[in-house]
Design a binder for this molecule. Structure first.
Ligand SMILES: *[C@@H]1O[C@H](CO)[C@@H](O)[C@H](O)[C@H]1NC(C)=O
Ligand SMILES: *[C@@H]1O[C@H](CO)[C@@H](O)[C@H](O)[C@H]1NC(C)=O
Ligand SMILES: *[C@@H]1O[C@H](CO)[C@@H](O)[C@H](O)[C@H]1NC(C)=O
Length: 493
């Protein structure tokens, strides 16, 4: 047998619809700072946990967090409860130093050295595979070069060949090779040799979210960041049409929403309304807002939902996914013969039923809808879509609307000219969005916190004292009325 035939045989055995679905879940090494340690992870809700992130430096994989070995061991230790669970290490991410990737893939010797070093790291720590999250090869705006596109394929080929050889030599299960990729077509064709990379990847983590946000600029108005239609579907179908095997695609879903603040109450479902600011929330925060009176909007034709309500008297529209839209997307995965789901990120779901929808309402929906071959007692209930809508306009279903109750206990400002109190700082935080310059301040988590950039990846996290909020206009924690009057109060630059 030729090595190539061997490779195809290995890969064919590693995935495939008749073997059940994969449920990839990212777990971040900064979730610990939200109190989400590995012991909060349900070991059965995902089939693969992808540990994000480690970093590439030269030809080596290096840790980012001071306690990565401990946190990694905690995640890998879940396998003692669920022996079928696979734990994969991700390198890269939005904040990675992309020049490291460009230099690595330009050099065959270096790629070979990296493969050796990666195998050593993964085996020593007990990982089951490697996930490449380079955002993105050949993206000239993010330090890529035109040569990256072809060289990325070569990197995958070298890694997979080494993983196969190592497995044969050591008689251990082969390390898995996965990659998180840009979803939108045709853009993704510029970054990847779509028809070739499926030969080397076990699973493709298709990032079918973040389609819209502050980076759109205000002219598009309010948009949903993770709509199944048109963006999610055209991405999936686009990848398949360009030659990527459907049964290796894990369709990405977000356990978070992206929100817009509005100057006025929107008409209709809010799509297209003019934004005055941007933010994002974890599902567990959004479900709390719904319980506190935010209105649930069904964007039926887009296959997703939104929440609309008022925060400190200002209208706020949050595009997000709930268990119903996750079930709809799971149905899409089954109908289109995809490998399964991918979720960013584990700690954002309501893991401990604070909202009354059960533990892990999003991820357990996928567990039910996308059974894995290794799930022992799962039965696949066929999902019935929520409506038979055939209308061409996006419909708005209004659930019983209750005016928002004041869910934030904020004292009235008695003296707005008093110097705000000194905040509590200390935690070092890997910055999940760009940290542009040292000492730049970024509003964080509803402006209860802010980050002070230290380096591209690190910032000091500060909590505003008492009931103050970070006011970007003044660059400091501030009283409620001042925070209100700041036109960029939700972190818009
Ligand atoms: C290629 O990588 C090897 C190993 O890291 C290094 O020694 C060599 O200098 C690199 N070659 C070039 C042209 O950068
Ligand atoms: C899904 O996307 C494909 C490719 O863009 C398109 O042809 C098809 O009509 C879409 N399906 C739906 C239901 O919108
Ligand atoms: C989950 O919630 C219950 C009930 O509120 C609480 O007793 C328990 O400590 C929580 N568990 C975790 C892991 O947070």
């Amino acid at each position: 047998m030729t090595p190539y035939f061997l490779l195809l045989t290995y890969l064919a055995l590693s995935v495939g619809g008749c073997y059940g679905y994969v449920r990839m879940c990212y777990y971040t090494n900064w979730a610990q700072y939200r109190g989400f340690k590995p012991n909060k992870i349900d070991p059965f809700v995902c089939t693969h946990i992808v540990y994000a992130f480690a970093k590439l430096q030269g030809t080596n994989i290096l840790d980012i967090e001071w306690n990565d070995p401990t946190i990694q061991a905690g995640v890998i230790g879940l396998k003692s409860t669920n022996p079928s669970l696979k734990v994969i290490l991700a390198i890269g991410g939005w904040n990675a130093d992309n020049t490291q990737y460009v230099n690595l893939v330009a050099n065959d010797t270096a790629m070979q050295a990296f493969a050796d070093n990666a195998i050593t790291y993964l085996r020593q720590r007990g990982f089951d595979g490697l996930d490449l999250d380079w955002e993105y090869p050949a993206n000239l705006n993010r330090r890529g070069t035109a040569a990256d596109r072809v060289q990325f394929t070569r990197w995958l080929q070298i890694l997979q060949n080494n993983f196969i050889a190592e497995s044969a030599a050591t008689n251990q299960p082969r390390l898995l090779l996965t990659a998180a990729v840009a979803a939108s077509m045709p853009t993704a064709n510029n970054y990847y040799e779509v028809a070739k990379i499926g030969n080397y990847l076990d699973i493709l983590n298709l990032m079918t979210y973040d389609f819209h946000g502050s980076w759109d600029g205000p002219s598009l108005g309010v948009q949903h960041h993770s709509a199944l239609y048109p963006e999610g579907n055209s991405s999936v179908i686009g990848w398949i049409a360009a030659g990527f095997p459907a049964n290796k695609i894990a369709m990405g879903m977000g356990a978070y929403g992206r929100s817009y603040t509005l100057n006025a109450q929107p008409t209709g479902n809010g799509i297209g309304a003019s934004p005055s600011g941007y933010s994002q929330y974890n599902y567990k925060v959004i479900c709390g807002k719904l319980n506190a009176g935010y209105q649930l909007i069904q964007l039926t034709n887009q296959g997703v939902v939104a929440a609309l309500g008022q925060k400190f008297g200002q209208w706020e529209w949050i595009g997000f996914d709930n268990p119903s839209s996750f079930a709809l997307k799971a149905n899409y995965i089954r109908v289109n013969g995809l490998a399964g789901s991918m979720v960013w990120a584990l700690d954002q779901d309501d893991e401990n039923n604070t909202c009354g929808g059960g533990n892990y309402p999003l991820l357990s929906t996928l567990q039910q809808q996308l059974p894995a071959a290794t799930d022992s007692s799962q039965s696949s209930t066929v999902y019935v879509p929520p409506s038979t809508s055939t209308s061409t306009s996006t419909t708005t279903t209004t659930t019983t609307y209750r005016p928002p109750t004041t869910s934030y206990n904020v004292p009235q400002n008695t003296n707005p000219n008093t110097t705000p109190r000194v905040p509590q700082c200390g935690m070092v935080w890997p910055v999940p969005s760009r940290c542009p310059a040292r000492n730049e301040r970024i509003p964080w988590e509803d402006n209860v916190y802010y980050l002070v950039c230290q380096a591209s990846l690190f910032a000091v996290k500060c909590r505003c004292n008492g009931n103050m909020f970070y006011n970007p206009c003044r660059g400091t924690c501030d009283f409620r009325s001042n925070y209100f009057s700041c036109p960029i109060m939700y972190g818009k630059k």
